[in-house]
Design a protein around this ligand. Structure first.
Ligand code: ZN
Length: 402
């Protein structure tokens, strides 16, 4: 299986099957579309499985004279986003609207500069609005001969039905921990032991695993989440911890956006002609308000993502607790095939304490409460309120006691 992942495909660990499909499509008939090739693809897979990397590798292979050697100029520029015939759409905002889609459709219809394909990769096709989808539909139904659309989304259900029904689907698997660990060692030079722990804690999310391997602060934040279930002893603890989690998510989001925000603002002001003559063009205020709205939406989304990671960690924690409670844990030292492996083996003492002090029913109820919290956040319920409710449920209180 190892020889499938060479050239541009090298880092798509755990995706040998999908890569095989893409390679056959690339190699099928150069310049012509056949039953293995299609003008529109929908690449789905869980977060962190490498959807956009798979799409970019596919784009590179389509532009490369050697089907994705990974070395040539076409490969390198396709992967970096600098290839003139590869458009990478990576939106930070909450939706991709009709104007943006129309512009993409226009670009997709252009003749490729280098004569092979005109490829458009949309990383978050699930954010295309209904009107945007209408604009895209015709382009996908009657594509220009050399155009290839590569749409990425978590699941097919996330994409508007008229679009997904016209795409060839490709699903990526959740990569196994061992494959992620190997990648961290090989590509990022992480020590094997650290890589193995980070891969396990990352739960199949390659970017998350990499972050945990590199970033001490990320590890510390994760450890703090692991402490929560044993640390909350009073209503006051829960309220304080909820506030801390929400503030921390806000700080994380701000740290990730402050610089980009300023750069975007400066670029817009320059484009609007600020600074040179001192005159303010008429539409300047509207354009700036528009940018500010998008930036604030991005900040909110990143904050929600950070809280969502907290929920993912807690889900894994209580799944481990449940495995202990029902005696389904696979022995660490053996190559046993039966039972579940603990995601958080490093927190063994804390897991056992919680497992001993609560019933399996309470654990199941807690996992349900985490799912409820996730849905509430998606519905836009105030974050602090959601986290307070969850943390209180986690303690299993008996609120009369407090
Ligand atoms: Zn190449």
């Amino acid at each position: 299986m190892g020889d499938v992942l060479t050239g541009v495909w090298t880092d798509l660990v755990g995706q040998e099957k999908a890569v095989g499909v893409l390679r056959r499509a690339v190699e099928s008939q150069p310049g012509r579309f056949s039953h293995t090739m299609s003008h529109a693809w929908l690449v789905t897979g869980p977060p962190g499985s490498g959807r956009s990397n798979a799409a970019k590798a596919f784009a590179a292979a389509l532009q490369c004279d050697n089907h994705g050697c990974g070395q040539c100029n076409a490969c390198r520029t396709s992967l970096s986003g600098a290839h003139p015939d590869v458009t990478l759409v990576r939106t930070e905002t909450l939706s991709i609207g009709v104007d943006e889609v129309r512009e993409l459709v226009r670009r997709a219809a252009l003749n490729p500069v280098h004569g092979r394909h005109q490829v458009v990769v949309i990383e978050d096709a699930d954010r295309i609005t209904e009107r945007g989808a209408d604009a895209l539909l015709k382009a996908i139904e009657e594509p220009a001969p050399k155009t290839v659309w590569l749409l990425c989304a978590p699941t097919p259900d996330d994409v508007i039905v008229t679009i997904r029904s016209r795409c060839r689907r490709l699903h990526l698997a959740t990569p196994r921990d061992e494959a992620v660990a190997d990648l961290l060692v090989r590509r990022d030079g992480i020590a094997p032991q650290v890589a193995a722990e980070a891969a396990r804690a990352g739960q199949g999310h390659i970017g998350r695993a990499r972050r945990l391997a590199w970033d001490e602060e990320a590890r510390a934040r994760r450890d703090a989440i692991g402490d929560l279930p044993t640390r909350l002893r009073s209503l006051g603890d829960c309220l304080r911890a909820a506030e801390d989690l929400v503030n921390q998510a806000g700080e994380e989001a701000a740290a990730a956006t402050t610089e980009v925000d300023a750069a975007e603002r400066a670029e817009l002001e320059k484009a609007l002609g600020f600074g040179s003559s001192g005159a303010r063009p008429r539409n300047a205020q509207a354009a700036i308000r528009d940018l500010e709205r998008q930036q604030s939406a991005r900040l909110k989304r990143l904050q929600r993502d950070a809280l969502d990671r907290v929920l993912t960690e807690l889900t894994a924690y209580y799944r481990d607790v449940l495995a202990i409670q029902i005696g389904a844990v696979r022995p660490e030292e053996e190559n046993a095939l039966r039972g579940a492996r603990l995601v958080n083996a490093g927190w063994s003492a804390s897991l056992h304490r919680v497992a001993d002090s609560h019933s399996p029913e309470h654990t199941v109820a807690t996992i349900d409460a985490i799912l409820d919290a996730r849905q509430s956040l998606e519905r836009g319920v105030t974050a602090v309120l959601v986290m307070e409710t969850l943390l209180i449920a986690m303690t299993g209180a008996d609120r009369a006691r407090w």
